[in-house]
Ligand binder design. Structure first.
Ligand SMILES: [Ca+2]
Ligand SMILES: [Ca+2]
Length: 375
């Protein structure tokens, strides 16, 4: 508290209160008990001084004195304005000394009386000041009560606010503690989940390696099965083809299929028939094959795939087999090939077989022999 303002501190702030309408210059320094103490002290000193003077007068008046002195005393103490000389006996030294002593006492008494008057004025002034100070103290007390009430009200409000804030903080701390606990639990679960994920990754890698190996093995096995299946399928296809060709009259000899027609066509038409069945007119490359064909052509002419059309005398197999004239020399009839020129002007550029070979006009209608390798 300082003059007309009051300072107090709460937990976290400093509050200052000012007394309304209070002039600090009009307020004396606050010492409510000091003036009363001084006044009492001065009163005691005054009473002690008066008592001492009265005792001194009593002592002086009770001392035995000569009659002349008593007379002089009774004549020379008319009042407080007596300064005139008392009547003395010139020849009595004792009487003169007592008179001087009495005058001195009277003078002291006068001084005390003067001082007492001065003290009375001072006491009156002091009393007025004390009253003034008392009224100021009373006013200050009122301000202090008002200020105390305001401070108390502010403190109460602030205390309520602080209590609410503390309650809120407690609730917040409790929530934070619960949240921290949940966070810790989540972190623990996360660590466990990470460990589980790591373990699952390792298991996945191991399983992936095993599965990859198995897949590769199964893939190889599937390839083998596929190849086997394709081979079987091809084999089955070949069998079906064989069966179909067999039903159509094709026959197997060594690594080739042969077809001996029942009808007759020109050499070129016969070749077209063979090509339409994936074959050509037959080539003959060995005596065994020649003997095989003879078994089915001994009673009628059959076209084979040998021709010199294009360049007379240059023979070629129509299926692309190289022609070996020396090897096939014994397969020809005697004096053949002769490229006989017929009456219609046509010559002989195609070969047929009946026991032996003979070159003939290609347009002549004969049966034929187709040949194709077994693939
Ligand atoms: Ca010819
Ligand atoms: Ca001929």
């Amino acid at each position: 508290m300082n003059d007309d303002k009051v300072h107090f501190c709460t937990d976290n702030q400093r509050v200052s209160l000012y007394s309304p309408g209070l002039d600090s210059s009009a307020v004396a320094p606050i010492a409510p008990k000091a003036p009363r103490l001084v006044l009492v002290t001065l009163a005691l000193v005054f009473v002690a001084t008066v008592t001492s003077l009265m005792a001194l007068c009593v002592v002086v008046l009770q001392r035995p004195r000569p009659a002349s002195e008593a007379y002089a005393f009774s004549q020379g103490f008319p009042g407080d304005n007596t300064t005139e000389e008392l009547p003395v006996e010139p020849d009595n030294p004792f009487h003169s000394g007592r008179v001087a002593e009495l005058q001195e006492a009277i003078q002291m008494f006068k001084d005390h009386v003067e001082n007492s008057r001065t003290w009375s004025v001072e006491i009156h002034l002091l009393t007025s000041r004390v009253d003034n100070v008392s009224s100021q103290i009373q006013m200050l007390s009122g301000h202090l009560k008002n200020t105390s009430a305001d401070v108390q009200m502010v403190l109460n409000d602030h205390s309520k606010n602080v209590s609410r804030e503390i309650q809120t903080l407690k609730q917040g701390m409790e929530g934070a503690a619960a949240l921290n606990s949940k966070t810790q639990t989540l972190e623990d679960n996360l660590q466990k989940a990470n460990a589980e994920i790591q373990r699952l990754k390792e298991d996945f890698e191991d399983t992936k390696k095993i599965l990859t190996m198995k897949i590769q093995e199964e893939y190889s096995r599937l390839e083998n099965l596929s190849a086997s299946f394709a081979s079987q399928e091809q084999l089955q296809k070949t069998k079906n083809q064989f069966l179909q060709l067999a039903l159509q009259g094709w026959m197997v000899y060594r690594k080739n299929l042969y077809y001996f027609s029942d009808i007759k066509e020109s050499w070129h038409m016969a070749e077209q028939f063979c090509v339409s069945h994936g074959a050509h007119l037959a080539s003959v490359t060995s005596a065994e094959e020649q003997a095989y064909l003879v078994m089915f052509t001994s009673t009628s002419y059959h076209w084979i795939g040998l021709t010199d059309s294009g360049t007379e005398g240059t023979w070629r197999w129509v299926d692309g087999t190289p022609f070996d004239f020396a090897q096939s020399r014994g397969f020809w009839n005697r004096n053949q090939p002769d490229n006989w020129r017929h009456k219609d002007g046509q010559s002989e550029d195609c070969v047929h077989i009946q026991q032996k070979w003979n070159d003939m006009n290609c347009n002549s209608p004969y049966q034929w022999v187709c040949k194709k390798p077994i693939s």
